[in-house]
Design a protein around this ligand. Structure first.
Ligand SMILES: *Cc1c(COP(=O)(O)O)cnc(C)c1O
Length: 387
């Protein structure tokens, strides 16, 4: 045979793979089937690469262990997981109740895409009592989407209570659990139907990849999620699936450090004269601390605090003085970050006056003493600016 032909087949080894600690990274759109009958035997064979191969299977399996799930679907981003979960279960004429503290791009999807397809979204105060929330739900409500704690203002819902009451009304519950990462809070154990997270954040852990997951226990919901993924044609790269699995191996270690350092910085901030309030669910005395203490086994590194009143310029001067905190949005990595939240809060239905600028910090795995010294430098500049 000519080189042109021989080169097409050369190197396509069928030898068994050496066993490594991580899964093999299979790259493939085409899946070669053993015989003609197998081509159309979707029950027994994977026949197409889009739904994922070895690395995806390994990641899905590990996430199912983490979440206590029967099945897990993967999406190209955390936002994709949120929209994918909703699309899997909603239809025209349905209504969805969404916490007013929801991640802003999820809100954009509800207000535009869902609306275009005839699904109504109603936003609720994140601290609405579960009984009030369910009593006020119209017969069209199919899903309640929670985010607890909300990732800017950290309001918590009594998720288990909402889930129990919703179940009686045959309403599905979904939770954006990016803060809990499936580790310090396990939504399926608390009765939630769809546990959603941006793996981009703590599972990835290095601020360099996008992916999302939805985990479910009910086999009918697992099927609905998978059908959604197949019908929409979503796919994630095998290298990314491999990296996410690598992130999972050290998630508990990193999370313990984020949680401990975050709480140390939160405690310290609470006694700085330029700070009015610290909003950290794991901080005793902070809003919703009781719910956190009842349901969570730890904390992550993301929380907020409110500065004494001052002009926007002074708030920006505080942030611009920080050298160990990057100014950026996508948290969950090894590095510390800061943002001011007020411009994002404007899209909310329920306006709240915090009495000053709301700052969100992500505490990375640096030494917390160094982080406090950096924050003190910023607060000195803020104090001068408002004097
Ligand atoms: C970042 C984030 C998302 C979206 O994840 P991406 O992977 O960036 O799309 C969703 N929910 C919350 C709470 C987030 O912080």
């Amino acid at each position: 045979m000519a080189d042109e032909t021989r080169l097409i087949r050369a190197g396509a080894s069928s030898k068994a793979l050496a066993k490594t600690v991580g899964p093999p990274i299979q790259k493939g759109s085409t899946v070669l089937l053993p015989d003609a009958a197998a081509l159309y035997n979707d029950e027994a064979y994977v026949t197409y690469g889009r739904q994922g191969l070895s690395a995806h299977d390994a990641l899905r399996e590990a996430l199912a262990v983490l979440e206590g799930a029967v099945g897990v679907a993967l999406y190209p981003s955390g936002l994709g997981a949120l929209t994918g979960a909703l699309l899997a279960v909603l239809q025209t004429g349905d209504e969805v109740l969404v916490t007013d503290a929801i991640y802003k791009p999820t809100r954009r999807f509800c207000d535009h895409m869902l609306r275009r397809f005839g699904v109504k979204t109603t936003y609720f105060d994140p601290r609405t009592a579960p009984e009030t929330l369910i009593a006020g739900a119209s017969p069209q409500v199919r899903v309640i989407l929670m985010e607890s704690p909300g990732s800017l203002s950290f309001e918590m819902q009594d998720v288990a209570h909402v889930a129990a009451l919703a179940r009686d009304r045959k309403i599905l519950t979904a939770l954006d659990n990016t803060w809990g990462a499936g580790l310090i809070y396990k939504p399926l154990d608390h009765g939630v139907d769809l546990s959603i997270q941006a793996l981009t954040k703590y599972v990835g852990g290095h601020s360099d990849m996008f992916m999302g997951s939805v985990a479910a226990r009910d086999p009918a919901l697992v099927r609905a999620l998978n059908e959604g993924v197949v019908q929409m044609g979503w796919s994630v790269a095998p290298e990314d699936a491999y990296q996410m699995l690598r992130g999972l191996r050290t998630l508990p270690l990193r999370m313990a450090r984020h949680g401990e350092s975050g709480l140390a910085v939160a405690r310290w901030l609470a006694v700085q004269p330029e700070v009015i309030t610290v909003i950290h669910p794991a901080l005793p005395g902070a809003p919703d601390h009781q719910l956190w203490a009842r349901d969570y086994t730890g904390a992550c590194g993301l929380f907020g605090f409110v500065l004494k009143p001052g002009p926007q310029k002074a708030v920006e001067a505080f942030l611009d003085t920080l050298t160990l905190f990057g100014l950026g949005f996508s948290w969950g990595g090894f590095e510390s970050l800061a943002i001011h939240c007020d411009p994002q809060l404007k899209t909310r239905k329920l306006k709240r006056d915090y009495g000053g600028a709301l700052i969100r910090l992500h505490i990375g795995i640096e030494d917390p003493q160094d982080l406090m010294a950096d924050l003190r430098g910023g607060l000195d500049v803020y104090a001068d600016a408002i004097a």
